[in-house]
Design a protein around this ligand. Structure first.
Ligand code: DGI
Ligand code: FE
Ligand code: FE
Length: 197
């Protein structure tokens, strides 16, 4: 499917405001991809498709998870906000013919994160978190970190999301916690900035 058709397909799936969010994620992902050396075509495609199933009703998302054979069923025990990401990856592969595994993974893990995130995963996760219309508490710090350090920006976004969930008494999907623990180790293993002269 060519790019124009893909954009049309996305626009049909989303509300107007969700489509506007998607366009801002594309722009932010392209900026981050250029800055940190990720593939720009993959970043643009993953950003375009990342929320493909965001506007689907809960029951439709649940149905795909229950009937598909490539889903961890434990997803159903956690917040339904998580579901659109793996379902989206599955559906864009099935309905739009997207075959790039790296793009599909970036879509699949854009909400939960995962340990060993690829450069593309990180670009999409952080772009989604910090696109210009986001007003999350702490988003300014993420934007600042993302000027120079994608890993620290990612860790901060994960920390902020976990704090948000915990403050509201919500459950935390174990993969998000693993993603955060992995990034703590990764960031601490890299040389602290002030020492790297
Ligand atoms: O789809 P978007 O609104 O653009 O953003 P998203 O895909 O990151 O997320 C949806 C929300 O899911 C996120 O703001 C917080 C919520 N959420 C609920 N449970 C969890 C969770 N997010 C993560 N990372 N982990 C959870 O366990
Ligand atoms: Fe999303
Ligand atoms: Fe999004």
């Amino acid at each position: 499917m060519d790019r124009v058709k893909l954009v049309q397909a996305v626009e049909e799936q989303l509300t107007r405001s969700r489509f506007e969010h998607t366009k801002r994620v594309i722009a932010t992902a392209l900026t981050l991809a250029k800055r940190f050396g990720a593939d720009q075509e993959q970043a643009e495609l993953a950003a375009l498709l990342h929320d493909y199933c965001k506007c689907w009703p809960e029951e439709r998302l649940r149905e795909v998870i229950v009937t598909g054979d490539d889903f961890t069923q434990d997803l159903l025990q956690y917040n339904k906000e998580l579901w659109h990401a793996p379902v989206g990856a599955h559906i864009v592969k099935q309905d739009l013919g997207v075959v790039d595994k790296e793009v599909l993974d970036a879509i699949c893990y854009h909400t939960s994160g995962r340990p060993h995130m690829t450069l593309l995963d990180k670009v999409i996760f952080v772009a989604d978190y910090m696109e210009p219309a986001r007003r999350f508490p702490g988003v300014e710090e993420v934007r600042l970190l993302a000027e120079t350090d994608l890993d620290r920006a990612l860790l901060k976004s994960l920390d902020n999301t976990l704090l948000f969930l915990i403050q509201r008494g919500m459950t935390v999907y174990p993969l998000t916690l693993s993603a955060r623990n992995f990034m703590v180790d990764q960031v601490h293993q890299s040389k602290p900035k002030e020492e790297s002269l």
